[in-house]
Design a protein. Structure first.
Length: 206
């Protein structure tokens, strides 16, 4: 591996840094976008059951907010109704929308960085290719036949950087699209859960 890095020259170092960052972000997003941490399956039904007769205590609401992102959204509505029992429906809807935006921001965390790496990696590989081509053309000057060693090094720089740029970009783009799809599914689920909770809490604001 070290010999490949040596053959690829200095342009490969930005690509190596991008590959390490991309791998760290992919692992982090896999951990953060688990269903148990975003929108557990039975959570909404449990909250509706607990609050069917009366609003839960502040301690229960706090534990709900720490449970998951969906828990944070539901807890925001419960807190709002507890603090202002006569809250208008439009204002309560705004509370859910604001909590939903905060949750979406957390869901999309680091995705722009991963998408940027997927876009930039081929360009960094192209930069390495250009550097290699410059070395190849530089080896042709100064005498008949040029410098074979410099020409071979230029070819190595060009090919290795092109290949490594694609090796970084393709997985980064695939995981970016996968995580983006997961986020869209979660956003839809959060919206549907918020609508159900909003209708449920209007019983306490009438």
């Amino acid at each position: 591996m070290f010999s490949i890095i040596q053959a690829a020259g200095w342009p490969i170092w930005p690509l190596l840094i991008c590959s390490v960052i991309a791998l760290a972000l992919i692992i982090e997003r896999f951990a953060s976008l688990r269903t148990s941490r975003v929108a557990p399956t039975r959570l909404l039904d449990e909250v509706l059951g607990i609050s069917s007769q009366s609003l839960p205590t502040p301690d229960v609401v706090n534990r709900l907010a720490e449970h998951s992102l969906l828990g944070q959204v539901l807890a925001a509505g419960l807190r709002a109704v507890s603090n202002e029992p006569r809250m208008p429906a439009a204002k309560l809807q705004q509370v859910f929308e604001l909590a939903g935006r905060r949750a979406i921001h957390q869901l999309e965390r680091y995705l722009n960085t991963l998408g940027t790496i997927a876009t930039a990696a081929p360009l960094l590989g192209l930069l390495g290719t250009v550097v290699g081509m410059i070395e190849i053309f530089g080896s042709q000057g100064g005498g008949p036949g040029g410098n074979p060693a410099q020409m071979a090094h230029g070819i190595s720089v060009a090919l290795y950087n092109t290949a490594f740029g694609l090796m970084v970009a393709i997985p980064a783009l695939m995981f970016y699209r996968y995580f983006r799809g997961r986020v869209e599914e979660y956003v839809l689920e959060l919206e549907q859960s918020s609508d159900r909770m909003l209708s449920h809490l209007q019983r306490f604001t009438g």
